[in-house]
Ligand binder design. Structure first.
Ligand SMILES: [Zn+2]
Length: 259
């Protein structure tokens, strides 16, 4: 009998559940076996029995929740097909944040993709989104309405750097979510030629360090805390990124909490 998508993935009080594989995807409550798409806190939570995720996502969860965020962990290698119970599972790049992945679940001739969060635009801090041919595609649609049109990131960074150059007695303050958005803004600025130190809020430090350990070049970062007004002013090459405020991208509004 042909596999139906509805049999492959169902909705439980804990979230999306695959009965044939006996696992949840991005569960909202602690479960025995969780497959995690990426490190944002509305997808990755602590307290699960076993977590399967990319190495980067596991590292992010360890930074945010502590090394003991799960009883056991297993690294998912991108593109590698795994058998879990009666289904095949593959993690595929989602282009959202470092380590983010779509999760492809297959059984028989039925292929289902849980996208997690994803974006198709270029992001220098993570692998690009890879489209996967499938029967069912599960996506969030916070910014699905056509009214949402987000400008090109490079152009926005150019505007920021122009403003910085035009106001040498001031600094530019950028509010960005601590995981993903902050590192993308910094990286985009580096790619647009901004080489001067960037002052960052303490809430970003651990994740900035993690990104750099994974090979994302963020250039010279300095703590904003303790920097004098005189140090921040009058440096036309200086921008400041903080850990506060909300960052918006083409997928969703991220929660404001900062760990
Ligand atoms: Zn996300």
């Amino acid at each position: 009998m042909a596999t139906r998508a509805a049999d492959l993935l169902t909705l439980t009080s804990q979230g999306l559940y695959c009965p044939a594989g006996d696992f949840h995807v991005d569960p909202m409550r602690p479960v025995d076996r969780a497959l995690i798409t990426h490190g944002h806190s509305d997808h990755a939570r602590s307290g699960h029995g076993h977590v399967l995720a990319t190495a980067e996502t596991l590292a992010i969860m360890a930074v945010r929740y502590g090394e003991d965020f799960a009883s056991g962990t297993q690294e998912a290698v991108l593109g590698e097909v795994m058998r879990i119970g009666r289904v095949q599972v593959t993690f595929v790049p989602a282009g959202h944040v470092l380590g983010s992945a779509q999760i492809v679940i297959e059984h028989g001739k039925c292929r289902l993709v849980v996208s997690g969060d994803y974006k198709r635009g270029r992001d220098p801090t993570c692998l690009p989104y890879e489209p996967v041919r499938c029967d069912v595609f599960i996506t969030e649609a916070t910014f699905g309405l056509p009214v949402f049109r987000h400008p090109d990131a490079g152009g926005e960074i150019d505007r920021l750097l122009t403003r910085l150059a035009d106001n040498p007695e001031r600094c530019v303050v950028v509010g960005a979510y601590a995981l993903g958005k902050a590192q993308r803004v910094i990286s985009e600025a580096r790619h647009r030629g901004h080489t001067a130190p960037i002052y960052v809020h303490g809430a970003l430090e651990r994740l900035n360090t993690l990104y750099q350990e994974w090979g994302v070049d963020l250039g010279e970062l300095r703590p904003a805390t303790g920097a004098s007004k005189a140090e921040l002013a009058g440096h036309p090459q200086h921008a400041q990124a903080t850990g506060f405020g909300r960052a918006v991208d083409s997928q969703h509004v991220v929660p404001p909490e900062v760990r």
